[in-house]
Design a binder for this molecule. Structure first.
Ligand code: SAH
Ligand code: SF4
Ligand code: F3S
Length: 465
């Protein structure tokens, strides 16, 4: 059951924001917060809410924790190295806290939603003043107020799940491109993955709330709307609607802008969805379809819900209906019990699909997941070798596929200074490929046509048409 947080509760949090703002206004200088979000776009989007609330409470922001009055790490639990970095960063604040005992240190997000992590923080990180989980983000004003006024440790990780909070103030990272969460949580329980445990069950925002947000953004000059969810293809299941309908409704909003989305689960990507994307001129021609493995045996162990054959059929349909599409994927190397033969099946799938780019990860066991209990006999060195083999295969594919764009004209959203050369301008094509070109800075923020003249390893170059 999805419950929207009541307007009375949101009003209460607004009052806390005002109370903290009043406390902060008595200070000689406005306080400074350093907020860092690790992990996926969903977390970055939560970070925009955190900053929105802090701004309303009178905080300014700094890129570095040095000299900050509040340091808040919005964490990710998806792989071990993401967690190690957080412990490292928190540990490194010891000196700063000694120099400024009034400094507040907070850790929130997916990582602290795990009991063993919170226990470790309680035990071994006395410097941490504030800990709160993913389901109570909207109560951050109250938590900060209590921390400031009582100077006691605040820990809030209630079991509650299935809630959606609307109307949290936002401080967006970019005026040109906006992230819009359309759903939260995940029900898929892929056996390697911690996300369903730390983000709770799948729940969708009301379509009207999403449409109102999109309309407001477009009116304010936003040019790309990125719709976010762990599995956008199951949007609206709990509301009698679906993702295709949402895409059509957003596509109908007036103006030149783009609609992108992340992430599509292959088991739920239907032909109807591909047809909808083909018929919506504002939807990007970039399809991120994480396959994870090319071996049926491993896909089954991962609980992915599709076979290699079904995935390839879907890819064929996407290529047929969207001939100018760029395909990307996520791959896990070294899942428990994976053999070199299984791994070669992944390589052969990659060679068959010819992705534009790949996000590749070495399997990292996550406490509490099914895969963490499976025998995992392959050594880290061996997995490292397979990983490098995969990167090499992909590098050769990526280089050759970009050459196909030479001579073509692409519509590019101009974003700023060149990424390959600061004297140029940079932007992204409808396929989400970086395109650099020569032009006047007044073009930043608008769509332009660029004829591609050169293909680099990870970007294209061209000239204005
Ligand atoms: N919901 C999205 C992705 C979530 S996490 C999806 O289903 O595609 C992003 C990526 O991290 C996953 O696609 C997977 O490739 C990787 N990942 C997740 N858990 C992992 C683990 N335990 N070890 C290594 N990589 C992992
Ligand atoms: Fe994790 Fe699978 Fe859910 Fe993606 S679909 S978030 S990989 S459980
Ligand atoms: Fe990480 Fe949480 Fe996203 S675990 S990948 S930040 S949903």
């Amino acid at each position: 059951m999805t419950t929207k947080i009541s307007s009375a509760e949101m009003a209460k949090q607004n009052e806390y924001m005002e109370k903290v703002a009043a406390l902060n206004s008595q200070r000689e200088h406005p306080p400074i917060a350093h907020v860092h979000s690790f992990g996926c776009q969903q977390n970055v989007s939560d970070g925009e809410k955190i900053k929105g609330m802090l701004a309303q409470m009178g905080y300014g922001f700094s890129e570095s924790p040095d000299g900050a009055d509040l340091v808040l790490y919005n964490t990710c639990a998806v792989r071990e190295n993401a967690e190690d970095r957080v412990f490292g960063n928190v540990g490194a604040l010891k000196k700063a806290k000694k120099a400024n005992p009034d400094m507040l240190i907070g850790v929130c997000g997916c990582m602290v939603q795990q009991e063993h992590i919170t226990a470790k923080m309680r035990r071994s990180y006395p410097n941490v003043d504030i800990i709160f989980g993913t389901h109570v983000l909207h109560t951050m004003p109250q938590i900060i107020y209590e921390a400031l006024t009582t100077r006691k440790r605040q820990i809030s990780i209630p079991e509650c799940d299935g809630v959606i909070a609307e109307g949290i103030p936002l401080r967006r990272e970019s005026a040109l491109k906006a992230s819009i969460p359309i759903m939260y949580g995940c029900n898929n329980f892929c056996t390697y993955c911690i996300v369903p445990y730390v983000r709770g069950r799948e729940r969708s925002r009301d379509m009207e709330d999403i449409l109102a947000e999109c309309r407001g953004l477009v009116q304010n000059g936003c040019k790309e709307l990125l719709l976010l969810g762990q599995n956008v293809n199951s949007y609206g299941k709990d509301q009698g609607t679906n993702f295709s309908e949402l895409l059509r409704r957003i596509n109908d909003i007036d103006g030149e802008f783009r609609i992108s989305y992340m992430t599509s689960h292959p088991k739920d990507a239907t032909r109807e969805l591909v047809d909808t994307i083909a018929s919506c001129e504002k939807v990007t021609r970039h399809f991120h379809l994480p396959v994870q493995s090319g071996s049926n045996r491993i896909l089954k162990q991962m609980n992915r819900g599709y076979t290699r054959e079904r995935y390839l059929e879907l890819i064929d349909y996407v290529k047929e209906k969207l001939p100018d599409v760029a395909l990307t994927s996520d791959i896990i190397v070294g899942f428990p019990g994976e053999t070199y033969e299984d791994f070669r099946e992944t390589v052969s799938l990659i060679e068959q699909v010819r992705y534009d780019s790949l996000f590749t990860f070495i399997y990292s066991p996550r406490k509490g997941t099914k895969a963490a209990e499976m025998p995992d006999p392959i050594s880290a060195e061996e997995k490292g070798r397979w990983f490098r083999e995969l990167l090499e295969v992909q590098q050769n594919i990526g280089c050759s596929s970009y050459k196909d764009y030479i001579g073509k004209t692409l519509r590019v959203l101009c974003e700023g200074e060149g990424r390959t050369d600061p004297a140029l301008l940079t932007g992204k094509s409808r396929q989400n490929i970086i395109v650099d070109f020569d032009g006047d800075r007044s073009l930043i923020g608008s769509f332009v046509d660029v004829e591609i003249t050169e293909a680099l390893a990870w970007a294209l170059r061209g000239k204005l048409k």
